[in-house]
Design a protein around this ligand. Sequence first.
Ligand code: PEP
Ligand code: MN
Length: 342
Amino acid sequence: MDLVVVMKSGAAADDVQRVVERVGELGLTPHTSRGEFRTIVGAVGEKTPELQQQLEQLPGVDHVMAITQPYRLASREFHEADTILDIRGVRIGGPHVNIIAGPCAIESREVLFSVGRAVKQAGAAILRGGAYKPRTSPYSFSGLGREGLELLQQAGAELGMPTITEVTDPRDVPVVCEFADILQIGARNMQNYNLLLEVGRTSKPVFIKRGLAASITELLMSAEYVLSQGNHRVMLCERGIRTFAEETRYTLDLSAVPVIQERSHLPVFVDPSHAAGKRDLVPALALAAIAAGAAGAIVEVHSCPDRALCDGPQAVLPARFTALMEQIRQVAAIVGHRVTQW
Ligand code: PEP
Ligand code: MN
């Protein structure tokens, strides 16, 4: 069982250093994480009963606690209240429900802006669109790269919406940070630890999608990688896992929502689009996610899905999305949540 020493906010660097040294003297391995508001020193190793009390007495220490899960900063034990993020005025987590919507990929200015306008008008809070697309085939459209990021930034600015886009390579982290508000870690990269460390060193919120065959503990360990670097603005997303079911692209594991909420303070989203793979199934899964208490959903929308360069079959049309938003508002109200309104 590991210990976590939570320093007082504004604790002096000397106090932190003293804790690190003391943890080392006690035969434990210290691990320091400097957050926006507080510094935390993890102490890994066998602990004696006196240890906790001894550390608690050091100057600058707020409290010391034992963590039973393999993840610490992501755990409810560490942070009892729901984490609520503020991303350019959009509040995420707790009772807030936010819908992220847009095309799978940024294909052109026309498609991005027309879909963006439609989803904004319907009440979506955040605009999505991929510029670096991880594709199963090396011959598929793999995104517009920097040019796509520029379009996304322009659309977000014009519509007044924060933007989210996937980053697949640690070398692209700076350019994605320059143009987008939220860094998406895709399912295929959930365990790309160098990428997780790199985004953890930025000050941008990070949205981590569950791997196709990852357990919930593994997803929370991925969040821990980001948190361990001092970036505490992390969101999680259930997007379907591989099972024997053939009728859908993946199987949406809705139980992940309450399970993660029990174990972690981080907001949990659901992606009904990639789980379903078929647009007709998307509304039912999106509503089920909101009913399960999710912090929101990320939905792929396209104005002309039969011409989409990526994931057309699962994209809902703007009109269907608008109707879905109304249903989402009603379901959110039933579970005591509120959809961010414009
Ligand atoms: C996406 O959101 O477009 C995407 C590629 O999702 P995932 O990583 O969940 O497959
Ligand atoms: Mn997609």
